[in-house]
Write a protein that binds this ligand. Structure first.
Ligand code: ADP
Ligand code: ZN
Ligand code: ZN
Length: 863
C-alpha cells in the first residue's frame, strides 16, 4: 500500500498538500523531513507534517473550529490549485526528493508549528517556512524544454525554402533542445543567437516550456586530516622510519628535519586540537604539503572529505567575562528555578528584577544547570544587538556549544549554525524572536529576556509572539519558561499575580547600588521662562555640561529617526505625504531626502508646497539627527555619537559605536530607543529623555504602557556602575500617570492603575483581542469585502464576540493598499478563535483573496 504524506508548503493557504511517497523514498520520508515536491509547474521545498497510509482528505489546520458545512468546505478546498488538491489517487503527485538524512524538524517542533498555525490562524506552510533553516543545499533553476508542438514546428521551419532571421534564431534553440534530448538550463540561452527573446517567442507558440526546478547543490568539501591511532609496535616502526627519513631529508638539504615537522603535526592533531582541515594544519604546524602527503602514505595520518564549513566567526579572545558570585537574592531566585527544572515539569516563571539587579547572571546559572543535566537551553533576546552581548557572555562561559541565531546572518552562516544545533553540537542557542524555533532537543529552559519588548511580535505572516510561543514550546518540551523584565507587560504580570506564572523577585540592584534619581522637567515652565521652544531645556543642557566637566558620560533618548518629523506648508497647511501611505514623510538631512518610515518610499526635499506652490515650507519637530547636530553645536569640545537605524546599519558599525562608547571615546550618545535597551555601561551618570510625549500620543491602548516601559528602561541605563546616576525626563504632560510612575520607578503602582483601565475597557488581559484588516489597492474592493465580512461577523456578537468596525484603519493607506479594520474582542479565547477561523473560511468561500485579509491575534500594534 502506498504511503501518503501531508506536506506544508510556503504558500499563503491555510492547508497542507497530499503527496505520495514513491517506493524509492519509503522509510526516508518522515514527519519533519524536508522534501522537494512538484507544485503547480514548479518544484518547491516543504516539510512533512504527517505520514499515513491512505489518501484521505487533507486536513485544514483550523477545521475543528471552522463551522462550515461539508459542501462549502470542499468547495473552499478546491479553490487551492495545488499539487495534491484533488485527493484521488490518480492525481496525487509524488515527492521528488527527501533532503535530509535525519528529519530537519524534531517532533516537538512539528507539534509547535501546528500550534502556531492554529492559534494565530496562519498559513501552515508559512509557519513551517519560518521554522526551517535556509535551504542552501538547493538551487532553483529555470529550464527550457521542447514540447511536441515544438518538434512539429521545428520540422515545419526546416522544410521552408527561405527562413526569416527570427526563424533562424528559433531553429538554433530548437536544434539545441533536440540534440540535448532533455531540458536545458535557461542560463544557456544567452549564448544562442536569438537569446532569451527567441525562447520567449517560442514559449508563446507553446513550442517550448519554461519550468523552475530545484537542483541539489553539490556540497563543496575540504580535506580533513587526523592522526592515526597508533599502537606501540607501529610506533617503533615509525621511529625507525623517521630516523631514516630524517637522514634522507638532510641529504636533500632541507633545513627542518621531518621529525620536527612531524612532531608539530602530531602535537596539533592530538594534544592541541584534534582533526582539522588540511589548510588549517599546514598553517598551524608550519609544514609543507609534501610532509603531510608522506605521512598519509605511511598510514600515520588519516584523511577524509567533509562539507566545507563557512568561515567560522573568530572567537573573541580579548574578553574576560565578569565572574560574579550570586548574591542572596539572585541565589534564592536561581534555587527556585533549579527546583522546577529538577522536577522536569513545565512551569513558567517571571523574573521580575529592577534594572541592574543582575538578571543575566541568573539566566547564565540556569543555562549551566540545564547543560549539567544533559539537556539544552534556549535564550531569547529582543534585538540582534543583544545577541552579541549575551552570546559573548555565554561563549565565554560555555564555549562552542553556544550557537547564535538571528535573521541578519547570511543564509549560509545561519544554515551552518542551525545544523550545528540540529546535530546536537550546539546545545545553547542565543537568538532573537525566530530562534524560538531553534531545533534544540529537550531544552530544559527557555529564557525570554525583556519579555515586554514588542520586538518579540512578528509583524508579518506568521504573526506570532515569540514570548508566547516560547511558553508553549516549554510546555511541549517539559521545560521551564523563564521570562525576565524590570517592567513586565501587563499580561505577564497579571499572570504572575494570578498564580498562573511563578513570581521571582530581585528587589534591589546588585551591591545595593541606588536606583538613579529621576526628575521631570516640565517643558511648559521652560517655555514660559525662555519664550523659546528649545528641544533641550536649560536644565538638561547644564546637566550635560556638568557631565562633560566631570568626565563621565551622558545618554540622550530621542525616539524619532531623521531630522524633522514632517514638512508643513504654512500657507495651506498641507504636509508632504508618502505616495503609498497615508502618512507624512520624515525629513532626513544627511541623505537629503524625505522618507516614509512605513514603506521606505523616498523623494526629494520640497522647495515649494506640492499643493499651493507656496515657498513657506517649515520643517517641524526634532528627530535624532537634529538633536545630534544641536549637541555638537552646544558642546563643540564634546565627542558626540548617534545610535539609530540610520546611523548604524551593520553589526560591525554597531559594535564599533558601542565599543567606542564603552571605552569612553564618546561623551554623549544620542539615539532612539536603541540606546534604552539592556546595555550595561558603567560610566553613564546622566540620561536625558528629550521628549517623553512621543509614544503617549499614539492612538493605541498600550500607549501608556509603552511610555512607562521606555522611560523606566532608559532610566535604568544610568548609574549602573559605582557612580550615581541621574535622569531628566522632559515632557509637556508631567501629570500623566505613565510619566509620574516612571519617574518614581514604581512599577506596581503603574500596574495597578493600568490594570483598572484595561478591565474597564475590556482590553487584554481581560479580553482576547484580534485585529482584522481587509486591504486592497482598489478602495472599492477593500470596502466591499469589509462589508461582506461585517455581514459574517456581526451575527457572532450574540456568541460573546464584540465587533468594532469596519472603519478606516488608523493607517488608512499603507504600501498603496487601502485598509479597513475590525477589532474583535471576546472574554473567551475559544469563541474568538472560532469566529476568526469561520471568517477566513467565509472569505475563501466568497472569493475574497486570502492575502487581502490580515488576521492579527493578540496584536501589539493597532495601526
Ligand atoms: P539587569 O539585566 O537585571 O538589568 P545585569 O544582569 O545587566 O542587570 O547586571 C548588572 C550588572 O551587575 C552587571 O555589570 C553585572 O556584571 C553585575 N552583577 C551581576 N551579578 C552580580 C553579583 N552577584 N555581584 C556583583 N556584580 C554583579
Ligand atoms: Zn501649501
Ligand atoms: Zn509609505
Amino acid at each position: 500500500m502506498p504511503t501518503y504524506c501531508e506536506v506544508a508548503l510556503a504558500v499563503p493557504l491555510r492547508r497542507t498538500f497530499t503527496y505520495a511517497v514513491p517506493a524509492s523514498l519509503e522509510g526516508r520520508a518522515e514527519v519533519g523531513s524536508r522534501v522537494v515536491v512538484p507544485f503547480r509547474r514548479r518544484a518547491m521545498i516543504g516539510v512533512i507534517v504527517e505520514v499515513r497510509d491512505n489518501a484521505a482528505e487533507p486536513r485544514r489546520v483550523s477545521d475543528a473550529a471552522s463551522g462550515l458545512d461539508e459542501k462549502s468546505k470542499s468547495k473552499a478546498q478546491h479553490r487551492g490549485r495545488g499539487g495534491g488538491t484533488e485527493v484521488t489517487e490518480k492525481t496525487i503527485r509524488e515527492i521528488t526528493e527527501v533532503l535530509d538524512g535525519v528529519p530537519a524538524l524534531p517532533p516537538a517542533l512539528v507539534e509547535l508549528g501546528k500550534w502556531v498555525a492554529g492559534y494565530y490562524l496562519a498559513p501552515v506552510g508559512e509557519v513551517f517556512r519560518s521554522m526551517l533553516p535556509p535551504a542552501v543545499e538547493v538551487r532553483h533553476e529555470r529550464e527550457v524544454r521542447l514540447t511536441d508542438a515544438g518538434r512539429d514546428y521545428e520540422r515545419e521551419i526546416q522544410s521552408l525554402q527561405n527562413r526569416t532571421a527570427l526563424q533562424v534564431e528559433e531553429m538554433a534553440l530548437l536544434q539545441l533542445l533536440e540534440v540535448e534530448g532533455k531540458a536545458v538550463n535557461a542560463a544557456r540561452l544567452a549564448k544562442l543567437p536569438g537569446g532569451e527573446a527567441a525562447a520567449e517567442r517560442l514559449a508563446r507558440r507553446r513550442a517550448v516550456e519554461f519550468a523552475r526546478v530545484a537542483r541539489r547543490r553539490k556540497a563543496r568539501t575540504q580535506k580533513i586530516v587526523a592522526w592515526a591511532a597508533e599502537d606501540p609496535k607501529a610506533k617503533d616502526d615509525a621511529e625507525a622510519q623517521r630516523t631514516q627519513r630524517g637522514a634522507e631529508e638532510a641529504a636533500e638539504g632541507t633545513s627542518v628535519g621531518v621529525s620536527e615537522a612531524e612532531q608539530r603535526i602530531r602535537e596539533e592533531l592530538t594534544a592541541l586540537r584534534g582533526p582539522m582541515p588540511l589548510a588549517v594544519l599546514l598553517k598551524a604546524a608550519h609544514v609543507s604539503r609534501s610532509v603531510v602527503d608522506r605521512l598519509e602514505r605511511q598510514g600515520r595520518l588519516l584523511s577524509w572529505e567533509e562539507p566545507l564549513a563557512v568561515e567560522e566567526e573568530p572567537f573573541e579572545t580579548d574578553f574576560t567575562p565578569p565572574s560574579n558570585v550570586l548574591n542572596a537574592q539572585q541565589r534564592s531566585a536561581f534555587d527556585e528555578v533549579r527546583a522546577w527544572m529538577q522536577r522536569g515539569e513545565f512551569a513558567t516563571g517571571l523574573l521580575y528584577g529592577v534594572t541592574g539587579s543582575g538578571k543575566t547572571e541568573v539566566y547564565l546559572c540556569t543555562v549551566e544547570q540545564a547543560l549539567a543535566a544533559g539537556r539544552t537551553a534556549l535564550v531569547l533576546v529582543p534585538e540582534i544587538a543583544l545577541t552579541l552581548w549575551i552570546g559573548r557572555l555565554c561563549r565565554a562561559r560555555f564555549g562552542d556549544v553556544v550557537a547564535v541565531l538571528h535573521s541578519a546572518l547570511p543564509d549560509v552562516e545561519r544554515a551552518r549554525e542551525w545544523w550545528r544545533v540540529r546535530r546536537g553540537e550546539a546545545r545553547v542557542v542565543v537568538g532573537t524572536r525566530s530562534a524560538v524555533f531553534a531545533p534544540l532537543e529537550r531544552p530544559a529552559v527557555v529564557i525570554v529576556d525583556e519579555e515586554q519588548e514588542s520586538a518579540y511580535k512578528q509583524e508579518e505572516t506568521p504573526r506570532y509572539h515569540g514570548r508566547d510561543v516560547a511558553i508553549v514550546r516549554a510546555r511541549i518540551e517539559g521545560a521551564v519558561a523563564l521570562l525576565g523584565s524590570a517592567t513586565p507587560s501587563l499580561e505577564t504580570f497579571h499572570n504572575a499575580q494570578s498564580g498562573k506564572y511563578k513570581l521571582l523577585e530581585l528587589g534591589a540592584r546588585v551591591e545595593n547600588r541606588p536606583m538613579a534619581r529621576v526628575e521631570i522637567v516640565d517643558m511648559r515652565d521652560d517655555f514660559q521662562r525662555t519664550h523659546k521652544a528649545a528641544p533641550l531645556s536649560e536644565k538638561l543642557r547644564s546637566a550635560i555640561a556638568a557631565r562633560l566637566d566631570a568626565g563621565t558620560q551622558a545618554l540622550a533618548l530621542i525616539n524619532r529617526r531623521g531630522y524633522s518629523w514632517f514638512a508643513l506648508c504654512r500657507a495651506c497647511g498641507a504636509t508632504a505625504q508618502c505616495e503609498n501611505c497615508s502618512i507624512s514623510l520624515t525629513y532626513h538631512k544627511q541623505r537629503h531626502r524625505m522618507a516614509c518610515h512605513y514603506c521606505g518610499f523616498t523623494t526629494r526635499v520640497p522647495k515649494v508646497c506640492a499643493k499651493c506652490e507656496s515657498e513657506h515650507i517649515y520643517f517641524v519637530g526634532e528627530g535624532a539627527e537634529q538633536i545630534e547636530e544641536l549637541l555638537r553645536k552646544l558642546y563643540p569640545q564634546a565627542r558626540v555619537g548617534r545610535l539609530d537605524r540610520d546611523a548604524v546599519r551593520t553589526k560591525r558599525e554597531y559594535q564599533q559605536l558601542l565599543g567606542a562608547f564603552a571605552a569612553g571615546q564618546i561623551d554623549i550618545l544620542a539615539g532612539t530607543q536603541m540606546v534604552a535597551k539592556g546595555h550595561d555601561f558603567q560610566r553613564v551618570t546622566l540620561v536625558g529623555v528629550v521628549s517623553a510625549d512621543m509614544t503617549l500620543g499614539l492612538p493605541d491602548f498600550r500607549a501608556a504602557e509603552r511610555t512607562f516601559q521606555l522611560l523606566t528602561q532608559v532610566a535604568g541605563r544610568a548609574g549602573r556602575g559605582e557612580l550615581r546616576g541621574e535622569v531628566l525626563v522632559q515632557t509637556y504632560y508631567p501629570e500623566h500617570y505613565a510619566v509620574q510612575h516612571a519617574a518614581q520607578q514604581d512599577y506596581l503602582s503603574f500596574f495597578e492603575k493600568e490594570l483598572r483601565f484595561r478591565r474597564l475597557m475590556h482590553y487584554p488581559p481581560f479580553a482576547a483581542l484580534a485585529n482584522v484588516i481587509v486591504r486592497d489597492r482598489k478602495m472599492e474592493n477593500a470596502a466591499r469585502w469589509a462589508r461582506m465580512l461585517d455581514g459574517f461577523l456581526r451575527p457572532r456578537e450574540a456568541q460573546g464576540l464584540k465587533v468594532l468596525g469596519p472603519a478606516a484603519a488608523p493607517l488608512a493607506r499603507l504600501k498603496r493598499e487601502y485598509r479597513f479594520q475590525f477589532l474583535l474582542k471576546s472574554p473567551k479565547r475559544s469563541a474568538m478563535n472560532a469566529a476568526l477561523a469561520g471568517a477566513l473560511d467565509f472569505c475563501a468561500q466568497r472569493e475574497i483573496p486570502e492575502s487581502s485579509v490580515m488576521v492579527d491575534v493578540d496584536p501589539l500594534s493597532l495601526m
